[in-house]
Structure formats: C-alpha cells, structure tokens
Design a protein around this ligand. Structure first.
Ligand SMILES: CC(C)(COP(=O)(O)OP(=O)(O)OC[C@H]1O[C@@H](n2cnc3c(N)ncnc32)[C@H](O)[C@@H]1OP(=O)(O)O)[C@@H](O)C(=O)NCCC(=O)NCCS
Length: 183
C-alpha cells in the first residue's frame, strides 16, 4: 500500500529558507514522559542534515525505535546515501542526541520518504510531524508535486501517524521489489 498526501492537504507553507535543515525549531513539548497535566516546558530541538559521524547514532536509533529492519540498515548504505545527497538524511537532534530521523528522497519526479523513526521516550511530542513538515518543504522547494511512502502496516503507530499528517492510502497499487545481490 502506498501513502500519498490527501488532495485536500496543502504541502507545508514553510518557506524554503525556513526548511533549511539546520534551522532550530522551538515548540512546546511535554517536560517529561509523565508530566503533570498542563505542565509544559519550552524545549528546542534542532532539525539538521545528517553527517557521516551521525551514522552510528542513526542505526542505534532505528534499533531502539524497532523500525522494521531493511537490507540497507547499515553503515555502507548510509555512506552511499550521504555521498549521493547529504540533505536526504534529515535528523531531529536534542541536546546533541539524535531523537528522530527521516530520509527525504527526490529523484526529479517523485518525493519519497523512508526511515521515519522517533526515539520511543520522545513520541507524541510532535517530533515526527516536524520532520515530515521539513521534508515536505524541502521537496516542495525542489519542485516535487507528489509525495509517497510505504507505511509498515504491522507497526501500530505508522498508519495513524501518516493519516494524522494528511496522507491517504492508495489501494489500487502494489509494491514490487527486488533486492540486488550485494556487490
Ligand atoms: C510513527 C512515529 C514515527 C511517530 O512519531 P511521533 O513523533 O510520536 O509522532 P507525532 O508526535 O509527530 O504524532 C503526530 C500525530 O500522529 C498521530 N499518532 C502518532 N503516533 C500515534 C499512535 N501511536 N497512535 C495513534 N496516533 C498516533 C497522532 O494524531 C499524533 O498527534 P497527537 O499526538 O497530537 O495526537 C513513531 O511512533 C515511531 O518511530 N514508530 C516506530 C517506527 C515507525 O513505525 N515508523 C514509521 C514507518 S512508516
């Protein structure tokens, strides 16, 4: 099943400069995992492009997030990605720790998202929403007009999240794939 933005939902109105992956974004977040009702603290998280020295942290995040493993969850694949398009690896960083990731793919025709994952202790604080907003703005600035992704149906948060941010299932398509033998 492929997920695409609802036709009614506009892409983020964030300007291209706002979407700079190094922009610092402030927002209201819960101050801890079990906050007192109504108690909030202003926290800053940074959205920035990934670097080679983030690779270990990103792989560790994916393991902790229990994101369904793929054949490209390794250092060499991430090095290839960063060499190909450094801005494709978008990270949410809090106080130096990588707490979220999104791969933002652009092939000149479609925008595609991969590897959206958020640190388990930092969920439901809008981190994924901020990553997707920034990814959409990045793709829109590049000229993308249609975005898609594959949501893991077995992950309880995946489909509700993508629906909440305006994507809908495209049920008349099947994904076909082949894993190439490693070089
Ligand atoms: C899916 C995931 C990335 C969401 O990250 P997140 O930072 O918690 O998401 P957000 O806080 O931005 O959520 C935005 C909205 O999505 C919806 N949502 C998010 N998680 C949800 C859940 N577990 N159940 C129902 N709705 C959910 C809610 O509407 C939420 O808004 P609200 O908190 O105001 O109700 C995270 O749960 C995760 O890393 N899961 C494991 C990996 C995975 O499934 N990745 C997606 C693969 S396609």
């Amino acid at each position: 099943m492929v997920w695409i933005p609802n036709s009614g939902s506009a892409w983020s109105s964030t300007s291209a400069s706002d979407s700079a992956t190094s922009a610092r974004i402030g927002r209201l977040q819960r101050s801890g995992p079990e906050p007192q009702k109504g108690l909030y603290a202003l926290r800053m998280i940074e959205l920035r492009g990934g670097r080679v020295d983030d690779i270990d942290d990103v792989l560790a995040l994916w393991a902790r997030a229990e994101a369904e493993p793929t054949v490209t969850d390794d250092e060499s694949a991430l090095r290839v990605l960063l060499r190909h398009a450094r801005e494709s690896l978008l990270l949410a960083v809090d106080d130096g720790s990588v707490i979220g990731s999104l791969i933002v793919g652009w092939d000149g025709w479609r925008g595609t998202f991969y590897r959206l994952a958020v640190e388990p202790s930092r969920r439901r604080q809008g981190v994924a929403r901020q990553l997707v907003d920034a990814g959409e703005a990045q793709l829109s600035a590049l000229g993308a007009r249609r975005l898609a992704l594959f949501a893991v149906e077995g992950d309880p948060a995946a489909v509700p999240f993508w629906e909440a941010v305006g994507y809908e299932a495209q049920t008349d398509r099947q994904r076909l794939f082949e894993n190439l033998a490693s070089a």
